[in-house]
Ligand binder design. Sequence first.
Ligand code: IMP
Length: 422
Amino acid sequence: MKKVDVVLGLQWGDEGKGKVVDVLTPNYKVIARFQGGPNAGHSIHFAGKSFVLHTVPSGIFRDGSVNIIGNGVVVDPVILADEIAQIEAMGIDLTSKLFLSKKAHLILPTHRMLDAASEAAKGKTKIGSTLKGIGPTYMDKTGRNGLRIGDILSPEFKERYERLKSKHAEMLAQYEGFEYDVTEYEQKWFEGIESLRRFPLIESEYEVNKFIAADEAILAEGAQGSMLDIDFGTYPYVTSSNTLCAGVCTGLGVAPTRIGEVYGIFKAYCTRVGSGPFPTELFDEVGEKLRAVGHEFGATTGRPRRCGWLDLVALKYAVMMNGVTGLIMMKADVMNDFETIKIATAYELNGEQLDYFPFEAADDVKPVYREFKGWNCDICKVRTWEDFPVEFREYVEFIEQETGVPVKIISVGPDREETIVR
Ligand code: IMP
């Protein structure tokens, strides 16, 4: 029986999952999203164009693929319908390729308003949410109030929608001075709901397990990153789902014994969007250089990303909890032009050296760095491991030695060819 392979981000998101999934998808029949929602933005380069996928799994451009939006995902019908329309405009038929779990929760227009009101009320302590309604939707899911994709088939759907909307209106009334009007969005929302009816709404846990039993290759595609996990991330500056490998089990109905390879993606440096601890963040010209060269601006929100050196303490934490079997290193080429490169190998907290990610994290910790000589040359054209400069290989080998996991894929540019598989 085949196992479900997983690909996920090991940092604070934006590791470049879109490109990697695109590189990996030819090996898989089924690509499934298991958590998150349109807060994600997976950039894919297809037919000479760039395309950002928010809810649709990244296998969608491959012929014969099955793309499943799993029960753990939260869906905004407006954003999904828009994404579908854009893909169909490219001449791709999705009705035979895209499948939605009936158990996936719906993001209501008022969930978005609750997100906005809550963030505004938090002031300086705001999470820096993408404001797509993710947190409030997961709150309604765990609070047992949510509406799910399968509910759109019920004759009482509209009534249930109105009931939840009124509940949200009461909650929104608590936010003094917060004004909103969802009329326009609501209209598009119901149009979106209608347009979803032409897709197969499925019991995705059965379908996924049927594919497993039939020995079909399945790839679970993570969104956000491990350090944004609701349980183990830098809480409360996290997203509202389990971004870790464990999320595949609950977000798709896959048993833990059916998990196969776990590919962990990380950037050769670190970035973060939104607020929250980031121990290796750089506030100087080095950080600015990483941002400029790496085009570090959010795919969903356009916000500039915070940049810093690679944090091995956080990376090892993520590797441990995901059971990563293979590492994938992205955007090493961004550091082509650096005399020295640093990696944080420990933290200092109250005069003590820590080799783990502490509860207190990160606000007060000071990274302890190890310095490496930069390779200081263009590695974009390199296609084999042996052809990389020795300084680059030392950098990679140090990461392998520290994490105990091989770096199996190295990406040195946005194009599919700029990928070295070891
Ligand atoms: P939310 O999930 O939109 O509520 O955002 C919560 C936090 O997670 C914020 O700091 C966001 O910037 C961050 N976040 C959410 N989705 C992504 C993503 O796909 N990439 C990177 N950061 C994300």
